[in-house]
Structures are given as C-alpha cells and as structure tokens.
Ligand binder design. Structure first.
Ligand SMILES: NC(=O)c1ccc[n+]([C@@H]2O[C@H](COP(=O)([O-])OP(=O)(O)OC[C@H]3O[C@@H](n4cnc5c(N)ncnc54)[C@H](OP(=O)(O)O)[C@@H]3O)[C@@H](O)[C@H]2O)c1
Length: 289
C-alpha cells in the first residue's frame, strides 16, 4: 500500500475502508476487523452513519488482538450538517465523535457538507486540531468554487476534500483546484456506490482481463494512480480482500484515458448537491436530539 503526505506532514493511507450504510453494529464491527486483517489501515465513518461506536470497538479489538497499533491506523469521521450551526455546536460534535469512538484523537475529521454555518464549524475544527484532538482536518463535498472561496478565507486550509470520484464522474476540474490548494482528494463511491453497473462495462472488463484483475480493482487502481485516496465499502470478506489487492499492477496511460473516457460529467453524479431539495433534506435531517 502507498501513503500520501498531507499538507501538515501527516501520512494518510491511499486506500481505506468505508462503512456508509453498514447500520448493523455487529456487522460493522466484523467488517472493520476483516478490513484491518486484510491490510486496510484507514477507516472512514461519519456521525451520520451512526456507527462510530462500532468502528471504535473494532479498533480496540484489533489493537487487543495485536493486529496493529493505534498509530498505524488512520480513523476518519465527519461532522453532520445539524451540528454545523454554530462554533459551540461544532465543538460539541467533535467531542461527541471522540466519545462515541472511544478514541483519544481522530486522524482526520471532515465537514460532511458545505451547508449551514460551515465557517463557524471550521473554526471549531481548527481549535480541536490545535488542541491535538484531530491530527488532520478537511472537508467533504466542496465543489471547486466553494473550495476556492473557503481556502481563500480560512486560517488553516483543509488537508483533504472527500468527494464523489469514479469513472462516471471523474471531476478533473475539482482535482485541479485541490492540487492548487494542496488539498488531497479522497473518493467516495469509488466503485460507483452500487450504481452505473460498472461490472458489465466493456471497457473496464477488457482492461481487467489484460491485467488478470477484476473491474473493481481497475476502478480503484485508476483513482489511486491519479493521486486519489479510495475508500471502497463492502461487507463481504472476499470483496474486502479483492478491493485491497490493487498494489501489484499499473495501468498504462492509454488505459487510464480509456477509463476516464467513461465520464458523464454532472449527469454522472449520484448526489445532486446543487438541488435545493437535497440541501433542505440535509439541513433538516437530524441524527440525534
Ligand atoms: N462524504 C460523503 O458524502 C460520502 C458519501 C458516500 C460515501 N462516503 C464514504 O465512501 C465510502 C464508499 O462509498 P460507497 O459505500 O457509497 O460506495 P462504493 O464503495 O463505491 O460501493 C459500495 C457498493 O459496491 C459493492 N461492492 C464492493 N466491492 C465490490 C466488488 N469487489 N465487486 C462488486 N461489488 C462490490 C458493495 O456491496 P457489498 O457491501 O454487498 O459487498 C456496495 O454495494 C462509504 O462507505 C463512505 O465511507 C462518503
């Protein structure tokens, strides 16, 4: 596996394990343990996934079993929109994530969306970062115009921006903006998130065959080869292992271009962040009282 250096010098694994929609706590804990056994060191959760506690339990069990040390792991969580209404609420949300995971610090904490009072929320993130509660801070779903304004305004620039990035939504412009501000791109839904039917895509099947690999491995490899951190999710052991087995082959420039040519532009987004209904859904969604 490879690592990328964040702007503050913290090392981040280029591949991690996502637990979105793994609502059953036992299943989440078991999947995270399977992932750590398979070699993953980055785990991606969020307050809104309501499984931060199960991730924390898996981390403690992995350490107890001698599978890894805490400092080998890179645990990410995210602040939900509900808590981004003020500095004080954001501060409390960071403490709540620490308490739920049972960890003394988180390796990365993200603002989940560019919604509500995200500048005040960011100031709480900066304060927690300076206190050592968070080793790195970042954002998620910040489109290039929003990210640019944010980076031109805040005191500490985000170290990571987690956005939707897969062959059907390649977001080249977003990657350029992130590179300009030294923000590491991280792909959510790197396998398409169960949409688009990539496993029957002729281009991907041909490239996979040429390398003796699977479509999933080609999709993940394509992103890491263009400098993007990937966090595939699966609750199946064989897929968890398959998805991690991407470090022994290289796509040619032509293959990289072929994968990128599947891009559908904004038609390829799963989440319509520009849709007022989506914003109202997020700002109104409560994950706790
Ligand atoms: N910041 C955000 O707004 C945001 C949004 C979405 C996701 N995320 C993060 O990104 C992570 C990944 O995104 P995602 O979970 O939406 O989608 P994903 O990882 O692209 O795809 C997951 C889907 O692909 C299936 N799958 C996994 N490996 C496979 C394989 N080798 N072959 C065939 N199918 C496979 C999974 O099924 P099984 O589980 O049944 O194997 C699941 O249905 C999330 O878990 C979360 O941590 C963040």
């Amino acid at each position: 596996m490879e690592y990328v250096n964040l702007s503050n010098g913290v090392k981040m694994p280029m591949e991690g394990f996502g637990v979105f929609q793994v609502r059953d706590k036992a299943e989440c804990k078991r999947s995270v343990l399977d992932a750590i056994k398979a070699g993953y060191r980055l785990i991606d959760t969020a307050a809104s996934y309501t499984n931060e506690d199960a991730v924390g339990e898996a981390v403690r069990e992995a350490i107890d079993q001698g599978l890894c040390k805490r400092e080998d792991l890179f645990i990410t969580s995210k602040m939900w929109v509900q808590d981004m209404a003020s500095f004080d609420m954001a501060k409390a949300a960071i403490d709540a994530s620490l308490e739920k995971t049972g960890l003394e610090y988180l390796d990365l904490y993200l603002l989940h969306q560019a919604m509500k009072d995200y500048f005040s929320a960011w100031r709480a993130m900066e304060a927690a970062y300076r206190e050592g509660k968070l080793r790195a801070i970042g954002v998620s779903n910040f489109y290039p115009n929003v990210l640019t304004n944010f980076c031109e305004t805040v005191e500490i620039r985000p170290m990571v921006n987690q956005v939707e990035l897969h062959p059907y939504f390649t977001q080249e412009k977003a990657l350029e903006t992130m590179a300009y501000y030294n923000v590491v791109p991280e792909a959510w839904a790197p396998l398409g998130g169960g949409r688009y039917d990539p496993f029957n895509e002729g281009t991907l099947i041909e490239i996979a065959k040429a390398h003796g690999k699977t479509v999933s491995q080609v999709m993940l490899r394509w992103n890491v080869q263009r400098g993007v951190v990937v966090i595939p999710k699966s609750t199946h052991l064989e897929r968890i292992e398959e998805n991690f087995n991407i470090w022994d082959f290289t796509l040619t420039d032509e293959e990289m271009a072929q994968v990128s040519s599947l891009d559908r532009g904004y038609e390829g987004t799963a989440v319509k962040h520009f849709d007022p209904d989506f914003v109202r859904m997020c700002t109104g969604r409560k994950i706790h009282d």
